[in-house]
Design a protein around this ligand. Structure first.
Ligand SMILES: Cc1cc2nc3c(=O)[nH]c(=O)nc-3n(C[C@H](O)[C@H](O)[C@H](O)COP(=O)(O)O)c2cc1C
Length: 199
């Protein structure tokens, strides 16, 4: 059997200091847009960040909200500093970043409880596109780190990247050549996750 990106893919958190061309990011987004989407609405948009200045601005702005949240949770300043510095480092040292976004204006609106289902379908569609990025990157021997942080501070991300309010940044994908070879975390057994005919 040939190279199987589905089983080979694993999260990479350390990257070589090798620049990733914008064309490579474009090829990953080409894979992303092949994903299925509800009603074929394709409610995805992608921001590519290759500017050090923007990486810095983004990580600084997001950090302020996170610091406030960690303080609210009663975390001690040592822990806060450690987590914030790691997160900032990851973003500022990222060879390249893609932020998949959900354009909420593109989903069906009924004005009743079905809107929630449509909203979730939009998120699912962008997640499928994102997984295509991960798989295509794996095929190209690139590593990806998925950071969920934008979900906790969408306003910060919008402010730095001039995004309108109806755009929801879903995650930060840090992409580069792996500088580590971690063991892929163990999966739950099939027997644990499959329910045949009933729960
Ligand atoms: C929705 C989502 C959010 C994630 N957020 C983070 C994150 O904020 N920080 C991080 O280090 N990894 C994050 N990850 C990566 C997971 O920790 C990782 O996928 C998981 O531990 C399984 O490891 P694997 O990707 O190597 O198989 C996220 C993954 C997903 C799918």
């Amino acid at each position: 059997m040939g190279f199987d990106p589905i089983t080979k893919r694993k999260t990479i958190r350390k990257f070589k200091d090798i620049e990733i061309e914008k064309e490579v990011a474009l090829s990953l987004i080409e894979a992303a847009i092949q994903a299925p989407s509800a009603h074929n609405f394709q409610p995805w948009e992608f921001i590519i960040i290759d500017s050090d200045e923007i990486k810095e601005k983004l990580s600084d702005t997001m950090a302020l909200t996170w610091i406030n949240n960690l303080k609210k949770d009663g975390k001690l300043s040592n822990e806060i500093n450690g987590r914030i510095n790691l997160s900032k480092e990851r973003i500022t040292n990222a060879p390249i970043i893609i932020i998949p976004c959900f354009d909420t204006s593109k989903v069906e609106k009924y004005g009743d409880e079905r809107d929630n289902a449509e909203f979730i379908m939009g998120i699912q569609s962008v997640a499928l596109a994102s997984e295509n990025i991960l798989l295509k990157a794996t095929e190209k021997k690139l590593g990806v780190l998925w950071l969920c942080a934008p979900l906790f501070c969408p306003e910060d991300v919008r402010k730095v990247l001039d995004m309108p309010d109806h755009i929801l940044p879903q995650e930060i994908l840090i992409i580069g050549f792996p500088d580590e070879n971690p063991i892929k975390p163990k999966r739950r057994d099939l027997s644990e996750v499959i329910h045949l005919n009933r729960w």
